[in-house]
Every structure is written in C-alpha cells, then in structure tokens.
Design a protein around this ligand. Structure first.
Ligand code: FAD
Length: 377
C-alpha cells in the first residue's frame, strides 16, 4: 500500500550509521525527521563492522578530530539507548622493531597524547593470552570504545524513534530525492531538506553527481571465533600490518621501513590488504578481521585462503591454537583514493554524504553535526 504523503523538515535516505547520525543531529536541532531505507533492518556495512570507534591511527587533522568527537557522541548515545560498551582502549602490538619505531614516532605526535608505549614485559598487565615475550613492544591508547554493531545499530534507530520521534520508513526504496520531494516505492514524502546517505550504492540516487568522484567499493572478510581461554580484560588488539594501512601510522617516516619488511616477509598479507583487528563480544567470542579487495562490483566469494592469512597473523599475536571459526561474513564499503569522506551539495537543501573509507563507525556522528550545521546554519 502506498504511504500517504507526509511533510518533514529533513528526510534522510539510508539507515546505516551515517544516516542515523544525520537523523540524530537533525532531531537535536528540533527538526521533524524521517529516515527511509530499502531494507527491513540494517544490513549493510554498519552492522558488518567491528563496532570499533577508532581514534589512534586515524588520519591526522580532520579525521582524528571527528573520531574523537564521534566517540563522545557514541558514549552519550550508548548510555541513553542502553547499548553496552564492550571494550575500551586499543593495544597495538609491535611484533618487529620497525613497528615499534612507528609507534615511537606516533607517540611524539599530538595524536599520541594520553597513549603510552608498553614494554614487552608489561604487556600482560593489559590481559593474558598474547605472545608478549616475542614482541618488540606495544602502544596502548585509552581513547577507543567498542560496541556490538549488529545490536547497537538497531538500538540507535529505536532510540531515535522513541526519544526524538524520528519516523522510520523501512522496506522503502527512494527512486528520486530532490527537495522538497522524495519519490519512493511507497509514494511521495515531502521534506524541506534531504540528506542522502546511501553507503556504497552509487547508482540509485544522484548517480551523475557521485560518478564525478571516481569511487569504488572495498570488500572485507570477517570472522567470529569461539571464545578463547584468555583474559577478558584485553582491549581491542591490532598488530604491525595495521600500521601500514591506518594513515595516522602509515604517514610517519618510520612506516617506510616497516612496509619494506612486511612486503618481504608477509607479501600475501599485504597484497590482500590483510591486517589484524581482534575485538571481544559479550559472550567472549572474538570478532577477527580483515582484508581489503577493491572493485566496482565486488564478487560475492570469500576464499578461505584470505581467512587463513588473517588467522595466520592472529596466531603470531595470540598464544595457543586459534579457536574454531563460528561465523564468516563479508562486507563492503565505499572507497576513494583521494578522500575519506564525501559531502556533495547539489543544492541549498540537498546533501549527499558518503564515508569513502573504513571509518564510518568512527566519524559519522561528527560528520553529521557538520553537515547539519552547514544545512541550517
Ligand atoms: C567489514 C567491515 C569492517 C569495518 N570496520 C570498521 C571499523 O572498525 N571502524 C569504523 O569506523 N568503520 C569500519 N567500517 C566502515 C563502516 O562500517 C562504514 O564506513 C559505515 O558503516 C558506512 O555507513 P553508511 O551508513 O554510509 O552505509 P551502510 O551501513 O551501508 O548503510 C547505507 C544504507 O542506505 C540504504 N540505501 C541506499 N540507497 C537507498 C535508496 N535509494 N533507498 C533506500 N535505502 C537506500 C541501504 O539499504 C543501507 O541500509 C567497516 C566496514 C566493514 C564492511
């Protein structure tokens, strides 16, 4: 049945974290907000990720600032919406001296504030289960928080509906979005302003505008491992391979030597964009990833050889045998060579917002505040 027209101040297309963040920022300005999504429940990148609000390692400047602000908003929303914060902080393991040199340079930057270098003998104070004695050191960052995305994203949506009276129109495709009208599969919705947050759908809305940015998509492999026997205190764990992917480390001079060594010793990992992130869930199982393969239309296949590379790095960082794999999935996100985010302004009342990097869980709340401030002054 077509939905009868209703009028809103702001319509958001997309109920992933980017769309929900814009809905929150608009509602907090007192706007009447509608969020429209083609799926019955969130099913895109926003529920497939680690739920890891990353601060250390983000690109210096705007991205790092947005991540810090978004972390604060996440903390407020999590408390208000009853979303458990499962982990706090990040331990970046340096398996090699070259990786330790990167961490030392990172600590000397502004972004190293409140982070600290951890000597191998002290790593176990952050939790057991790591091959601590074989490491060259580690960095502890206290800034990060982690939520379980597949539970947190629906709760954020429910919170927006309950606390701010945001309207959700689900199982509704938006065919055209030009203020003051959205043409949808369930009829017309009127809205004075529209923010399109389509994730990695570059073709349904304003394809001509989005095409100008030369975007592609990135496919990632993810796994859930059965609960291991190590200590529950461990923060999120990363290792050397992450330091040549995250711009906050990879832009440092010492990263060149690390990259040369990793390319020589772990060429297949580097070629498949593999790095290690290990996060813990409420039932003690581990979310472990990931890999990066780029294509306009990523194939749907998930070769076990790529998972094996991720598990190989896991085995170099964690003691004992890796627990059995309980779940595997892939996810995709929008990617650009020249930008982490894209905010396009086709008209005064229309914005197209894409996170064109693997940072949407970390920066969307701050990005949305900026977009709404620009829309409404
Ligand atoms: C495996 C993986 C791991 C990641 N790890 C991290 C991490 O550790 N930290 C981090 O910060 N980020 C991480 N990311 C990135 C982060 O998840 C994304 O940047 C973010 O989720 C993008 O959010 P989004 O709302 O733009 O997109 P999505 O979550 O994809 O949502 C877009 C929504 O728009 C809807 N939509 C699109 N077009 C229309 C239309 N025309 N009509 C109706 N609905 C429409 C879709 O149905 C979809 O629900 C990861 C991503 C993946 C895949």
């Amino acid at each position: 049945m077509p939905t009868s027209p209703r009028s809103f101040d702001v319509a958001i297309v997309g109920a992933g974290i980017c769309g929900l963040a814009h809905a929150l920022a608009a509602a907090q300005r007192g706007k009447r907000v509608v969020v429209v999504d083609r799926d019955r429940q969130a099913n895109g990148a926003s529920i497939r990720n680690f739920g890891f609000v990353t601060i250390a390692g983000q690109q210096a400047g705007e991205c790092w600032r947005r991540a810090r602000r978004s972390r604060d908003v996440w903390a407020e929303v999590a408390e208000a919406a009853g979303i458990p914060v499962l982990q706090r902080g990040l331990l970046v393991i340096a398996r090699r001296p070259e990786a330790r040199a990167v961490l030392e340079q990172f600590l000397a930057t502004d972004m190293g504030a409140e982070c600290r270098l951890v000597e191998p003998r002290d790593i176990q104070t952050y939790g057991t289960g790591l091959r601590s004695k074989s490491f060259a050191g580690a960095l502890f960052s206290p800034h990060e928080i982690r939520v379980e995305s597949r539970e947190a994203i629906p709760r954020v949506a429910a919170y927006l509906a309950e606390r701010y009276d945001v309207t959700f129109r689900r199982e509704t495709v938006v065919h055209a979005a030009t203020p003051p009208r959205l043409e949808t599969s369930r009829g017309i919705i009127e809205a004075a302003a529209i923010v399109v947050c389509p994730g990695d759908d570059f073709l349904t809305l304003h394809a001509d505008r989005i095409a100008g940015y030369g975007l592609t998509r990135c496919k990632l492999h993810m796994m859930r491992l059965a609960p291991p026997r190590f200590d529950e205190r461990l923060p999120v764990v990363m290792s050397d391979l992450g330091m040549i992917r995250y711009p906050g480390y990879s832009g440092l001079p010492a990263a060149r030597a690390l990259e040369r060594r990793l390319t020589a010793e772990q060429g297949d990992h580097v070629a498949n964009g593999v790095h290690l992130i290990v996060a813990r869930s409420a039932d003690s199982s581990l979310i472990v990833g990931d890999s990066h393969h780029y294509a306009a239309t990523p194939d749907p296949f998930a070769p076990t050889a790529v998972d094996d590379l991720i598990l190989d790095e896991y085995a170099h960082v964690f003691a004992g045998d890796a627990p059995p794999v309980a779940e595997r999935w892939t996810g995709t996100y929008a990617s650009a060579k020249d930008r982490l985010t894209l905010v396009d302004k086709p008209s005064d009342a229309l914005r197209i917002v894409l996170v064109t990097s693997g940072t949407g869980a970390s920066i969307s709340f701050a990005l949305a505040e900026e977009v709404l401030a620009d829309l409404f002054g």
